[in-house]
Structure formats: structure tokens, C-alpha cells
Write a protein that binds this ligand. Structure first.
Ligand code: URA
Length: 197
């Protein structure tokens, strides 16, 4: 993926100085992995370590890996937006915010190319952001979670269908017990799917 990451760096260095916006690239098995996991955007820890899904999100990911029975290295892990979207809180601290329309529009074509290059056997999206990036604004996690979907991914003059298994974003269900049970059930459904091949 070096070539792809270089392309991202070139493109975004024209928009933002590197000291202002750190790019967090995808990582893992980029050669036809069983799962390509797609999150929303890096947070503070991800930006500091320049790796997706570390810190608290990494702990959530460990839970995911344990249930589905895969090693982190077997997956390709990335985010739709490769910079940390931030806002300044009332106390003057930098905090996370959801990616805005402009950021999504800038990064989504790169995500399509990334999928095209990785050629995953299955895409697992976490939350609404990656789901909508791949399936359009009408797709909502509340109705599509835990069921197989298809996304058409276009890159240059080619396009192909990829299977998607949408999951809730683990960070979004922390305070909702009912959704936690739904998330666990979805993970078991995913495990069963993987076992089927
Ligand atoms: N960390 C990431 O890398 N992505 C998310 O979506 C959340 C936390």
C-alpha cells in the first residue's frame, strides 16, 4: 500500500501542512484479507501513534477479534477519513467531532481506491459513516446492521461488487445495554458467516 499512502500524502500536503494534519493510514493484511474493517476517523491516540484503532478503540477491537476468532494481523484496518476531525471545546481543549461533508467528500474516493487495491473478501463497516460512504446516504445502521449487504466500488473505469457486513460502531453503544446485546449477536452472526467461508 506504500504507493497508495504516498499518493494520499501528496494530495493532502497540498491542502494542509503536515504539521497541522497527521494522516493515519490503513494497516494489516492488504492482500485479499478475510475482513477489511472500516471505521470513521482516527482519534487522539490514533494520531499520536499514527495507527488506526489503538487506545480505547483498540480495546474494543480486541473484543471484536476475540469473538470472531481472528488475529489483528489477519485483517486490513482503516478509516474513511484519515485525519482526526477536531473541535475546540468550551474549556479550550481539542476534542473529536464527526467528520464533516467536506472531509467525507475528500476522503471517500481514496477509500474506494483503497478497497480496490486490498480486494477484501468481506468488508465490515463500523457505524454509519463508512456504511453511508459505501452505500449512500439512505443506508442506515439501525436497519442494516448484522445482515449481508453489497456495495459497488468504482475505481477509475472499473467497478465491482463487494460484500459488506455492517456493525454498530462499538464506541456508540457503550452507554446502551440493549444495543450492546445486538452488537454481540451481530458478531456471532459474523463468526458463523466466516465459518461458512
Ligand atoms: N479509532 C479509529 O481509528 N477509528 C474509529 O472509527 C474510532 C476510533
Amino acid at each position: 500500500m506504500e504507493q497508495f499512502n504516498h499518493k494520499l500524502t501528496q494530495f493532502f500536503s497540498h491542502l494542509w501542512p503536515a504539521e497541522e494534519k497527521v494522516l493515519v493510514f490503513g494497516e494489516g493484511n492488504a492482500d485479499h484479507p478475510a475482513i477489511m474493517l472500516i471505521g470513521e476517523a482516527p482519534g487522539e491516540q490514533e494520531t499520536l501513534q499514527r495507527r488506526p484503532f489503538v487506545g480505547k478503540a483498540g480495546k474494543n477491537l480486541d473484543g471484536f477479534l476475540q469473538v470472531v476468532g481472528l488475529q489483528r494481523e489477519a485483517l486490513y484496518i482503516t478509516n474513511v477519513v484519515k485525519i482526526r476531525p477536531t473541535k475546540v471545546s468550551e474549556k479550550g481543549r481539542l476534542s473529536n467531532r464527526p467528520p464533516n461533508k467536506e472531509e467525507l467528500a475528500l476522503f471517500t474516493p481514496f477509500l474506494m481506491e483503497e478497497i480496490w487495491r486490498v480486494q477484501p473478501r468481506l468488508i465490515v463497516t463500523l457505524g454509519n459513516t463508512p456504511l453511508k460512504a459505501l452505500m449512500g446516504a439512505k443506508a442506515v445502521i439501525g436497519s442494516l446492521h448484522g445482515s449481508m449487504q453489497t456495495a459497488t466500488v468504482a475505481h477509475e473505469k472499473q467497478s465491482a461488487d463487494f460484500p459488506i457486513f455492517p456493525l454498530y460502531h462499538p464506541a456508540s453503544i457503550i452507554y446502551n445495554r440493549a444495543l450492546q446485546a445486538v452488537y454481540q449477536a451481530d458478531l456471532l452472526a459474523l463468526k458463523a458467516l466466516l465459518a461458512e467461508g
